[in-house]
Design a protein around this ligand. Structure first.
Ligand SMILES: N[C@@H](CCC(=O)N[C@@H](CS)C(=O)NCC(=O)O)C(=O)O
Length: 202
């Protein structure tokens, strides 16, 4: 297998942290979005959406979508478990991971895309979207602060893929205009915990 990676990208980072937690290392091909390498005819044959990460399988097919790649890695390398050990834990991990992707990561990406000069000419930009997206991201961080008052990790008492999704979202937000607000001590403590893991900079 081979991983197509984009160093600065939030979604490739989700897969890199997941692999590091599993202790799995894969041959990697670096794709530079700044140079348009994700939009070449060759890359579009690999992923017609022009997005990273992509996992090239041994049979020559390409698997995309970070969470699908992580699920496949989990099936191949079940330990340490990151998707939940029993039906109920799996359901809660899924619930929180979806919330982290849809209600935290999505508005942070929307704020970035609609406010940053980096995306000018790359995506349609509607300036009014950015503050609305910021508000949604901040509301979710406030909700998480309340949740983390009574448990150490996003989906329960241990680190799971839902934490990986949230920590990659917060890292994007920190660098693109939706940083962790002041006055959320439980979320700040969680951020410290996940940031202290040896895999955090994978
Ligand atoms: N839903 C996809 C999103 C992938 C994605 O948006 N990747 C970004 C990097 S973080 C990308 O390749 N962007 C290139 C572009 O939008 O042109 C996933 O979960 O993997």
């Amino acid at each position: 297998m081979k991983l197509y990676n984009m160093k600065a990208g939030m979604n490739p980072r989700r897969v890199r942290i997941f692999l590091a937690e599993k202790g799995v290392s894969l041959p990697t091909v670096e794709i530079d979005m700044g140079k348009g390498e994700n939009a070449t005819p060759e890359f579009l044959k690999i992923n017609p959406l022009g997005k990273l990460p992509v996992l090239e399988l041994d049979d020559g097919r390409y698997l995309t979508e970070s969470i699908a790649i992580c699920r496949y890695i989990e099936a191949l390398h079940p330990e340490p478990n990151l998707f939940g050990k029993d039906p109920l834990e799996q359901a809660f991990v899924e619930m929180w991971d979806r919330r982290m992707e849809h209600d935290l990561m999505r508005p942070m990406v929307d704020n970035f895309v609609h406010s940053s000069p980096f995306w000018k000419g790359r995506r349609p930009q509607v300036a009014e979207v950015a503050p609305i997206a910021c508000e949604s991201a901040n509301a979710m961080m406030k909700l998480l602060d309340g949740e983390l008052a009574s448990r150490p990790y996003i989906a329960g008492d241990r680190y799971t893929v839902a934490d990986i999704t949230a920590q990659c979202a917060l890292l994007l937000g920190k660098n693109t205009g939706t940083p962790l607000p002041e006055g959320l001590p439980h979320l700040a403590a969680w951020w410290g915990r996940v940031g202290a893991r040896p895999t955090a900079r994978a």
